[in-house]
Design a protein around this ligand. Structure first.
Ligand SMILES: [Zn+2]
Length: 60
Protein backbone atom coordinates (compact mmCIF):
# COMPACT_ATOMS: atom_id res chain seq x y z
CA UNK A 1 0.00 0.00 0.00
CA UNK A 2 1.16 3.48 -0.85
CA UNK A 3 -0.17 6.80 0.42
CA UNK A 4 -0.93 9.19 -2.42
CA UNK A 5 -1.66 12.90 -2.05
CA UNK A 6 -3.81 14.80 -4.53
CA UNK A 7 -6.32 17.63 -4.79
CA UNK A 8 -10.02 16.94 -4.53
CA UNK A 9 -11.76 18.03 -7.80
CA UNK A 10 -14.63 19.50 -5.77
CA UNK A 11 -13.20 21.33 -2.76
CA UNK A 12 -9.53 21.54 -3.90
CA UNK A 13 -8.30 20.47 -0.51
CA UNK A 14 -5.24 18.24 -0.52
CA UNK A 15 -6.30 14.79 0.57
CA UNK A 16 -4.52 11.48 0.81
CA UNK A 17 -5.61 7.96 -0.01
CA UNK A 18 -4.04 4.58 0.54
CA UNK A 19 -3.45 2.95 -2.84
CA UNK A 20 -3.13 -0.80 -3.33
CA UNK A 21 -0.11 -0.85 -5.64
CA UNK A 22 -0.30 -4.61 -6.22
CA UNK A 23 -2.92 -4.09 -8.95
CA UNK A 24 -1.62 -2.64 -12.21
CA UNK A 25 -4.77 -0.82 -13.30
CA UNK A 26 -7.56 0.45 -11.13
CA UNK A 27 -10.78 2.39 -11.53
CA UNK A 28 -13.01 3.12 -8.60
CA UNK A 29 -15.01 5.74 -6.78
CA UNK A 30 -14.07 7.01 -3.35
CA UNK A 31 -15.64 9.79 -1.32
CA UNK A 32 -13.58 12.85 -0.42
CA UNK A 33 -12.80 12.84 3.29
CA UNK A 34 -13.34 16.63 3.47
CA UNK A 35 -16.45 17.36 1.36
CA UNK A 36 -17.77 13.76 0.98
CA UNK A 37 -18.32 14.09 -2.79
CA UNK A 38 -17.64 10.98 -4.89
CA UNK A 39 -14.30 11.11 -6.73
CA UNK A 40 -13.57 8.91 -9.76
CA UNK A 41 -10.09 7.51 -9.26
CA UNK A 42 -8.15 6.12 -12.23
CA UNK A 43 -4.62 4.92 -11.72
CA UNK A 44 -1.90 2.77 -13.20
CA UNK A 45 0.95 1.23 -11.26
CA UNK A 46 4.13 -0.46 -12.35
CA UNK A 47 6.57 -2.26 -10.07
CA UNK A 48 4.53 -1.17 -7.03
CA UNK A 49 4.85 2.50 -8.06
CA UNK A 50 2.06 4.80 -9.15
CA UNK A 51 2.94 6.01 -12.67
CA UNK A 52 -0.40 7.60 -13.56
CA UNK A 53 -3.07 8.99 -11.24
CA UNK A 54 -6.26 10.90 -12.04
CA UNK A 55 -8.94 12.14 -9.71
CA UNK A 56 -12.05 13.48 -11.44
CA UNK A 57 -15.46 14.64 -10.41
CA UNK A 58 -18.35 12.39 -11.40
CA UNK A 59 -20.26 13.40 -14.53
CA UNK A 60 -17.66 15.71 -16.09
ZN1 LIG B 1 -13.41 17.35 -1.41
Amino acid sequence: MDEHFFQCPYCWEQISMLIDTSQAQQNYIEDCEICCNPIQISLITRHQQIIDFQAESIGQ
